[in-house]
Design a protein around this ligand. Structure first.
Ligand code: IMP
Ligand code: MG
Length: 190
C-alpha cells in the first residue's frame, strides 16, 4: 500500500515529520548528556518503536561527548492484537539476547497509554540487575494511565486518540507514514 492510498482514511495530521524529528533530536541530546562518557544499552520495543529507536540512536551518535559506546538491541511485545484498545495483557513475543546485568539500559517505546506495557518491561528488566534502567517514550497519551510508571524522557504529548504513523500501526498498516495521524472513525468499523 502506498502512503497516498492512506489519504482518504486520515482524519488529521497531529505531528509532521519535522516536528517528530525535532522531538527525537531533543530526546537524543538529553540521553547523550545523561550518559556522557558511559556505555549505554538501548532496547527498542518492536514493532512500534522501530523508527524512533533507529533515529534516536543515530542522533545520539551525532552528539559530541555522548555515551562512550552504544549497544542496540530489540525485543518484541504485543498487547493490542488488531484492536485499538489494549488487552491489558502484555505478551513477550521475542526477548532480547543482550545481557542486562550491570549495564545502563534505556528502554525505548513508541507510545505509552495505560502504562502496562512499560510496567511489564521495567519489572522484567529490573529483575535482571541493570546498573540503571531508564525509559524513553516518543508519544505520551497521559489520559488513561492504569499504573504509575516512571518515564525519564518524553517526546510529544498526543491527544486522547488512537494514532498511527512513524512506526505505530492500526492492524499492521500505517507504520510507514512519515508523520503521526489520527484515523477517520469509520476505519475502525471496517
Ligand atoms: P499501553 O500498554 O497501553 O501503555 O500501550 C503501549 C503499547 O500499545 C504501545 O507500545 C503501542 O504499541 C500500543 N499503542 C498504544 N496506543 C496506541 C495508539 O494510539 N496507536 C498505536 N499503537 C498504540
Ligand atoms: Mg509498542
Amino acid at each position: 500500500m502506498t502512503t497516498k492510498s492512506y489519504d482518504g482514511t486520515i482524519e488529521r495530521k497531529l505531528f509532521s515529520e519535522g516536528e517528530i524529528a525535532a522531538a527525537v533530536e531533543r530526546l537524543a541530546k538529553a540521553v547523550a548528556r545523561d550518559f556522557a562518557g558511559q556505555p549505554l544499552l538501548v532496547l527498542g520495543v518492536l514493532k512500534g518503536a522501530l523508527y524512533v529507536t533507529v533515529d534516536l540512536v543515530r542522533a545520539i551518535s551525532r552528539v559530541p561527548d555522548g555515551p562512550s559506546q552504544v549497544e542496540l538491541d530489540f525485543l518484541v511485545v504485543s498487547s493490542y492484537g488488531n484492536s485499538t484498545r489494549s488487552s491489558g495483557e502484555v505478551r513477550m513475543l521475542k526477548d532480547t539476547n543482550a545481557s542486562i546485568a550491570g549495564k545502563n539500559v534505556l528502554v525505548v517505546e513508541d507510545i505509552i497509554d495505560n502504562g502496562l506495557t512499560l510496567q511489564y518491561l521495567r519489572s522484567l528488566l529490573l529483575g535482571r540487575g541493570p546498573a540503571s534502567l531508564k525509559s524513553c517514550v516518543l508519544f505520551d497519551k497521559p489520559y488513561n494511565r492504569r499504573v504509575d510508571v516512571p518515564i525519564d524522557y518524553v517526546g510529544l504529548v498526543t491527544p486522547d486518540e488512537f494514532v498511527v504513523g512513524y512506526g505505530l500501526d492500526y492492524a499492521e498498516s500505517y507504520r510507514n507514514l512519515p508523520y503521526l495521524a489520527q484515523l477517520r472513525p469509520w476505519v475502525f468499523s471496517e
